[in-house]
Design a protein around this ligand. Structure first.
Ligand code: PLP
Length: 424
């Protein structure tokens, strides 16, 4: 993915200049291991990315040197741990170019961030007849929470269609917007197709009818510079584990006025101002939405992942993945019987495909015997698969450490799988 993305901003000063990323494989210890006696070719990055030594070490170092509970302690270690936690919040703010760090709420990941908005904002603000607009290409995480909201409030879910190449039908999207539209929830990048949505444009149209906009950035943040102010969205959700960080940590960006007006969605320690048996009052955002002891080590390691990303240079990563996507597209298109699903003009590093006569699961299993890790199935996008009339796809997804040798290994393994099926 590269410059085609809306809401992109230039690298921050200090980011490295453009150059090859070949040496970066060595930053990821797991990539040196073999699987089933073969070199590991890891192409399942949309599911989760591998972790560089800097991130692994940051989490271990936190437990070795800094572990204490945050916010409530008077002792030095607690204050130190709190500082590390809040410094990571600042790193997330900078990553998304949010206006202030109070706009960043730590969550378990994208799914929890979307559910936070569904439980807190949507259940308070929506009533029967209001409309939530999503798109056909959404991940289940950006469908099911809204269905739950609709069941509770009587709001109605509307779905903007996509064309055969996997691009959002912008005219249809515009036509579905109206005075009843209260919320638009849309992926920045589709995990199953790689389609990059023109989110700034969508936000503009949605705001024109007074709707609030949530962008699901799970597949965007590791692949392009994201600027929530340029996009203009009200909420932006992402997961740390898709960004070379640990599992179990992510964040929600929310515009400050919105977060401040939203009620808590989970109660407990750290999210209150005062508690009595008669009534309790809430802390300001973001603490209001971070009840209980959070994943402190995960937050600290997420900060290290962001540092790592910036040290490589997000624009370099975007350019590298863009080139590799073009290379991979050519390599796969040359394979007879292979059909690429998702060929929109603006695309991120995702190669989703079907092969005549081979079920995606069988293909994934055969590729695994060769050390090639891809994903096969519906990718948590069952309605999207239905749209294409297929049960699922095989999906190879790229990261900064992938190179042409990985794509070559993929293509060669697919051809061998075809030979196997043809009894050659
Ligand atoms: N949204 C998209 C587009 C995704 O690709 C994913 C995960 O694959 C999610 C949401 C959910 O992310 P998580 O499972 O980290 O909460």
């Amino acid at each position: 993915m590269s410059v085609v993305l809306q809401g992109a901003r230039a690298n921050a000063p200090g980011d490295a200049p453009a150059a090859g990323l070949a040496a970066r494989k060595a930053d990821f210890p797991i990539l040196a291991r073999s699987v089933r006696g073969r070199r590991l070719v890891y192409l399942d990055n949309a599911a989760t990315t591998q972790k560089p030594e800097a991130v692994i070490e940051a989490e271990a170092r936190y437990y070795r040197e800094s572990n204490a509970n945050i916010h409530r302690g008077v002792h030095w270690l607690s204050q130190h741990s709190t500082d590390l936690y809040e410094e990571s919040r600042e790193r997330v703010r900078a990553l998304l170019n949010a206006a202030r760090s109070e706009e960043i709420v730590f969550t378990r990941g994208t799914t929890e961030a979307i559910n936070l908005v569904a439980y807190s904002w949507a259940r308070t603000n929506l009533k029967a007849g209001d409309e939530i607009l999503i798109t056909t290409m959404e991940h289940h995480s950006n469908i099911v929470p809204w269905q739950l909201v609709c069941a509770q409030t009587g709001a109605v879910l509307r779905v903007a269609p996509i064309g055969d190449e996997g691009a959002l039908d912008l005219d249809a999207f515009d036509a579905l917007l109206g005075p009843r539209t209260r919320l638009v929830a849309v992926a920045h990048v589709s995990n199953a197709l790689g389609t990059v949505n023109p989110v700034a444009r969508l936000v503009q149209r949605a705001h024109a009818v007074g709707a609030v906009v949530l962008v699901d950035g799970a597949q965007a943040v590791a692949h392009t510079a994201v600027d929530v102010q340029a996009i203009g969205c009200d909420f932006y959700a992402f997961s740390g584990h898709k960004l070379y960080g640990p599992t179990g940590i992510g964040a929600l960006y929310g515009r400050h006025e919105l977060l401040q007006a939203m009620p808590p969605w989970q109660g407990g320690g750290d999210m209150i101002r005062t508690v009595s048996f008669e009534a309790s009052t809430w802390a300001d955002a973001p603490q209001r939405f971070e009840a209980g002891t959070p994943n402190i080590a995960g937050v600290v390691a997420l900060g290290a992942a962001i540092d790592y990303l910036r040290s490589v240079g997000i624009d370099r990563i975007a350019a590298h993945e863009h080139e590799l996507l073009a290379y991979g597209t050519r390599a796969l298109e040359a394979i007879p019987g292979l059909r690429l699903i998702g060929t929109a003009a603006g695309k991120a590093g995702i190669l989703s495909f079907t092969i005549d006569g081979i079920h995606p699961h069988d293909l994934g299993t055969i590729l695994d015997t060769e050390g090639v890790a891809i994903r096969a199935g519906h990718h948590c996008t069952m309605p999207l698969m239905k749209r294409f009339g297929i049960p699922g796809t095989a999906r190879a997804s790229l990261a900064l450490y992938n190179d042409e040798s990985d794509v070559d290994a993929l293509a060669a393994a697919i051809r061998r799988a075809q030979d196997l099926f043809e009894g050659k």
